[in-house]
Ligand binder design. Sequence first.
Ligand code: FAD
Ligand code: ATP
Length: 586
Amino acid sequence: MSTFRWSLSSPRLSLRKLLHNYNPPSLPHHLCLQGGGVASSPKMSTSTNSDQNTNTHFIPASASTSMAESYQVVPGGGLCSSSTTSPDEMDRVAEQTFQRYTISQSSSDINARKSGKGVAIVWFRNDLRVLDNEALYRAWVSSEAVLPLYCVDPRLVNATTHYFGFPKTGAFRARFLIECLADLKKKLMKMGLNLLIQHGKPEEIIPTLVKAYGAHTVYAHKETCSEEVNVERLVSSCLRKMETSTNSTKLQLVWGSTMYHIDDLPFNTSCLPDVYTQFRKSVESKSKVRGCIKIPSSLGPPPSIGDWGHVPSLDQLGHLGEKASSYDLLRIYKETRNGMLGPDYSTKFSPWLASGSLSPRFIYEEVKRYEKERLSNDSTYWVLFELIWRDYFRFLSIKYGNSIFHLGGPRKLKLSWSQDQLLFESWRDGRTGYPLIDANMKELSTTGFMSNRGRQIVCSFLVRDMGIDWRMGAEWFETCLLDYDPCSNYGNWTYGAGVGNDPREDRYFSIPKQAQTYDSEGSYVAYWLPELEALPKEKRNFPGHSYIKPVVPLKYGNNNKNIHKDPALAERRTRSQGNKIKGYRR
Ligand SMILES: Cc1cc2nc3c(=O)[nH]c(=O)nc-3n(C[C@H](O)[C@H](O)[C@H](O)COP(=O)(O)OP(=O)(O)OC[C@H]3O[C@@H](n4cnc5c(N)ncnc54)[C@H](O)[C@@H]3O)c2cc1C
Ligand SMILES: Nc1ncnc2c1ncn2[C@@H]1O[C@H](COP(=O)(O)OP(=O)(O)OP(=O)(O)O)[C@@H](O)[C@H]1O
């Protein structure tokens, strides 16, 4: 069988370590696009020690490297067509992808489009890509010289989450960001530009640059959540303050984070359907996904800059010495996507989508190409189906504003919740006594990733079995996730906590049932909890006295016999159960 694999072109990234952590020999090798190019972004490197910031790697002794080597997110995007893609091959696929999504300088109409004068700044945010980047394209069209800029904003990297004070950006995502920036810089240089990296607040840096280079416009991608929108407002207002009778510089915000463009929705976002299926059916039948923006392959020269700055190091992002620590898969994605173990069950596109290194429209075009050139089935469609979820949560964040971050959620429900620190910590650290929960939480803190199935299960357990304030879980995810995106994270948490737009009233995930269905042989739990490996397969998820005693009983379950006997914890548990019962009486 010919085999193909997903190949994002993406950052040389710590996700490699993540994948390194996966990969028991029994992994199903099946998830992949074929035929060339699934992404256009930074690349995932095979080299763990390839830059000076990468001196700390998490590679568990038990992990074999072969799978990690074989599951590479390919530079330049593209779906590779071999089971052992070499770096050379990946570079070739990346180059082909780049050609496909750019316009050659010799193309006849290319210069006809470029009419602008002076300097335009591109302020990169969560759009760390060159392909399908409308802000970059518009800046090029409207100027003689483009100045690409990234601001290392202390509010993102050296800050804490809103309510519970966890680190705002954990070590894995910080490392991922570094790799995305390094890759973006390299790509821009290849196109005759560079990336100016400055440390500080955009509202302070941008006006200074505008003044120094006489920039007439600042282009950036529009965000939707209040923290990011506030920064947009501050930048705009600082630019307005600089305005003189001869000089006015505008901040031009461009939409580019979703597969369906906001202007192509068949409704205003204030009337967005609250139920996902209605949203999906409506956009599928009435909207069209726009083509990717094709950008010239050469964009330079940039304005003359003395010091372009360096890609930040991990310690500059507040993580001194911390551990950050080919196959034809697309055709069977629908059957595998609920898996938990290994690199191949799902696409792993999310970190690149969240950093904007990868555009969802790019995936759309590549899936369509795969369908045309190879095959089209439920699985190929299902990737788009999942991407519509991502769009849905992004548009919901516009409709519901800050309520997605509030305890009562978009439905403004007044439920009572526990903030029991001990229970929360047992969840966070993977010590609840339920192997499926503990394995997932260990995977999260060790790699910065967790499967969608795992996220739903641990969310349900925290809010429904422990009765804990869902925002504690959401903020912990905000700290840890490589693919943290405020809309998808808080959207899914409000949904899972029953304060969002879920038409189902009590979305309870029964752990025994989930374990039997998705980890029937206990391979996943044994991978993350090696102490369970020696048990018979059918016992690994139900280890009884061979494992930590469960810290709470299940809401629907009869495992109360074996509950933790620590009286303080038991007392707290009773309280939190009380809260929970009260909380769920609607
Ligand atoms: C409690 C909870 C929190 C989550 N937080 C985030 C988050 O911060 N960032 C994030 O990108 N996703 C989040 N998700 C959604 C989902 O779990 C991840 O997108 C997915 O697991 C990423 O793996 P993948 O790229 O292999 O996904 P695949 O299964 O291959 O799906 C392809 C793409 O579809 C999109 N997608 C799939 N499922 C969802 C979903 N439920 N909601 C939104 N988009 C989806 C993602 O962009 C994903 O990359 C969360 C889900 C839950 C239940
Ligand atoms: N990108 C983001 N990531 C995480 N949290 C965010 C993001 N954007 C906004 N928030 C959250 O949104 C909330 C906004 O809080 P803020 O105090 O500004 O307003 P509020 O009083 O909560 O809301 P409102 O003004 O709508 O009543 C905070 O919980 C903040 O953390």
